[in-house]
Design a protein around this ligand. Structure first.
Ligand code: ASP
Length: 439
C-alpha cells in the first residue's frame, strides 16, 4: 500500500501546522511520499511565502530594495525551524539564494524556493529523504512534462530512499534551469508523483474537510461531499466550485487513482473521494441524489423566436457565425422547436451588443428577439440523478413553491447536470431552496 500525501500552504504555514502533518504521516506507514507547498497564510493578515517571493522579484526588476521582504521570508522559515527544533542550515540556503538575486535572474527559480525550503525542513522533521523536484520533475523545453523521464526518476528515488519528501510546484528543464507550473501547481506535482508511483491513493491535505455541497457563503455550514466522480467534479468546477488545480485530474484519472481531499486540522474526517466511478453497493445514500449545487451570476440571454419559413438549425448556424464575427462566445445554447436562447456572460458583451442584436433580428426566418440581463445559471449536479424520472419536476416544484421563476432549463446528455436559469435577484434563494430540498 502506498499513499502520496500532498500538503497545501495552509497546512504548512507554521511549526504548529508542521506538527499536525507529522502526526498524520506517522499515523499511517503507507504515507511514504510527501509533497509540500510553500508556507501559506497563518491568518487573514499574513502573506503566502510564494506571494512574497513574487513581490521580491517585482522589487528586483524595478530596482527597489527587496531586503525587508526577503527578511520576512527568512523569518517565516526560521520560525518553523525553531518551533520544530530542526538543524537544516537555512543561513547557507539563504546566502545561496541572495547570491543569485539580480535583475535578469529566473523568476521561476526565485519563486520555487518556498517549496524547496519547506521540503528541506519537512524532510528533516519527518526523517524522510529530501528529493529536489529539479532532479525528478522533468520538463521538456516546450514546457510540457517529460513523463517518461519523470516517472523513471521518481520511481528510482522512492526505491532508493524508501520514504521521501518532494517539493511541489516546480521541476527543471533539460539544461537544469528551474521551471514552475502555474500558481497552485503543487497539486499537479502531487498528481504526477502519484501516477508515476502507481499510488493506491493521492491524498490532498488542505484546510477543509472535503468539497462542500454548496458555497458556504450562501448556505451556512453545508454538508461535504463524500464521493464525487471526475465528471461531476468537472461540471461543478466549470460552474465555479474551485477545488483543485485544473491540471491535477489528468495524471491520476488516467491511472484510476482515487484522490482523497482531507483536512489537516481535522484528520479524523474522511473528506471527499474523487474517482472515475463508484460501485452501486458503494453509494452511501440512495435517497440523496444530488452531489452538489453551484452557480454563476450575471449572464445575458438572447431569446430568438423563429417563424416557420426556415429551419431552426439553419438559423442557429447563422446566429453562431454572427457571434464569431462579433467575438461573442455563448456560454450556453438552449434550443426548442421554434426558438432558441444564446446565453453570454454579460461582461463579455461589448458595447456592440446592440448592433449584434440588430443583425440577429435580421437573420432570415427570425420573427423576434428578446434580450434579458441579470440572469444566473445554477447547476444541480449528481450522478445519481441519471436515468431517474421526476427529478426536474421536483426541482421546479421546489423553486415554484418559493415563487422563484425559472427562465430556462437544460439537462446534460449524460443526465448528471440539470442547469436552470433564474433572475439574479433570486440566485441565493434558489440555491438555498434546492439545497434544503435535496441535500
Ligand atoms: N506555492 C505555490 C502557489 O502559491 C504553489 C502551490 O502552493 O501549489 O501558487
Amino acid at each position: 500500500m502506498l499513499k502520496v500525501a500532498k500538503f497545501g500552504g495552509s497546512s504548512l504555514s507554521s511549526s504548529e501546522q508542521f506538527e499536525k502533518v507529522k502526526g498524520i504521516i506517522e499515523s499511517d506507514p503507507a504515507r511514504r511520499v510527501v509533497v509540500v507547498s510553500a508556507p501559506g497564510r497563518q491568518n487573514s493578515e499574513d502573506n503566502k511565502v510564494t506571494d512574497l517571493l513574487y513581490l521580491c522579484n517585482a522589487h528586483l526588476k524595478y530596482d527597489v530594495s527587496y531586503d525587508s521582504i526577503f527578511e520576512m521570508i527568512e523569518e517565516r522559515f526560521m520560525d518553523i525551524r525553531r518551533g520544530c527544533g530542526l538543524q537544516t542550515d537555512l543561513d547557507a540556503e539563504f546566502d545561496l539564494i541572495r547570491s543569485k538575486l539580480h535583475k535578469g535572474m529566473s523568476v521561476d527559480y526565485l519563486v520555487s524556493r518556498g517549496e524547496y525550503l519547506n521540503g528541506k525542513l519537512m524532510a528533516e522533521y519527518l526523517g524522510f529523504h529530501f528529493v529536489d523536484a529539479a532532479d525528478v520533475m522533468l520538463f521538456k523545453y516546450d514546457g510540457h512534462v517529460d513523463y517518461d523521464r519523470t516517472n523513471a526518476a521518481i520511481g528510482e528515488a522512492l526505491e532508493r530512499y524508501g520514504s521521501i519528501v518532494i517539493p511541489g510546484f516546480y521541476g527543471s528543464l533539460p539544461n537544469g534551469e528551474i521551471r514552475t507550473f502555474s500558481r497552485g501547481g503543487s497539486d499537479v506535482t502531487g498528481a504526477i508523483v502519484s501516477a508515476a508511483l502507481n499510488a493506491d491513493v493521492y491524498e490532498n491535505w488542505t484546510d477543509v474537510s472535503g468539497i462542500l455541497m454548496v458555497d458556504p457563503h450562501i448556505v451556512e455550514d453545508p454538508k461535504s461531499i463524500s464521493k464525487v466522480t471526475y465528471d461531476e467534479l468537472r461540471e461543478l468546477s466549470y460552474m465555479g466550485a474551485a477545488v483543485l488545480h485544473e491540471d491535477t485530474v489528468f495524471p491520476v484519472r488516467r491511472k484510476n487513482i482515487p484522490v482523497n481531499i482531507r483536512n489537516t486540522n481535522a484528520p479524523e474526517d474522511p473528506g471527499t473521494i474523487i474517482r472515475e466511478a463508484f460501485d452501486k453497493g458503494d453509494e452511501d445514500n440512495s435517497t440523496r441524489f444530488i452531489t452538489g449545487i453551484t452557480g454563476k451570476k450575471d449572464f445575458s440571454t438572447f431569446d430568438v423566436y423563429c417563424n416557420h419559413n426556415e429551419s431552426v438549425m439553419k438559423i442557429v448556424q447563422e446566429a453562431l457565425s454572427l457571434c464569431g464575427r462579433y467575438g461573442f462566445q455563448p456560454e450556453q445554447l438552449m434550443s426548442g422547436i421554434d426558438s432558441f436562447s444564446l446565453v453570454f456572460p454579460s461582461a463579455e458583451l461589448s458595447r456592440s451588443r446592440y448592433e449584434f442584436a440588430g443583425e440577429l433580428k435580421n437573420i432570415p426566418g427570425v420573427d423576434d428577439i428578446n434580450i434579458q440581463d441579470g440572469i444566473s445559471l445554477i447547476a444541480i449536479v449528481g450522478r445519481q440523478m441519471a436515468y431517474r424520472s421526476g427529478i426536474s419536476g421536483k426541482i421546479f416544484q421546489a423553486l415554484g413553491e418559493e415563487n422563484i421563476s425559472v427562465s430556462m432549463i437544460k439537462q446534460s446528455a449524460d443526465e448528471i447536470n440539470i442547469m436552470v436559469g433564474v433572475y439574479t435577484d433570486d440566485f441565493k434563494k434558489a440555491i438555498r431552496t434546492l439545497y434544503d430540498s435535496f441535500a
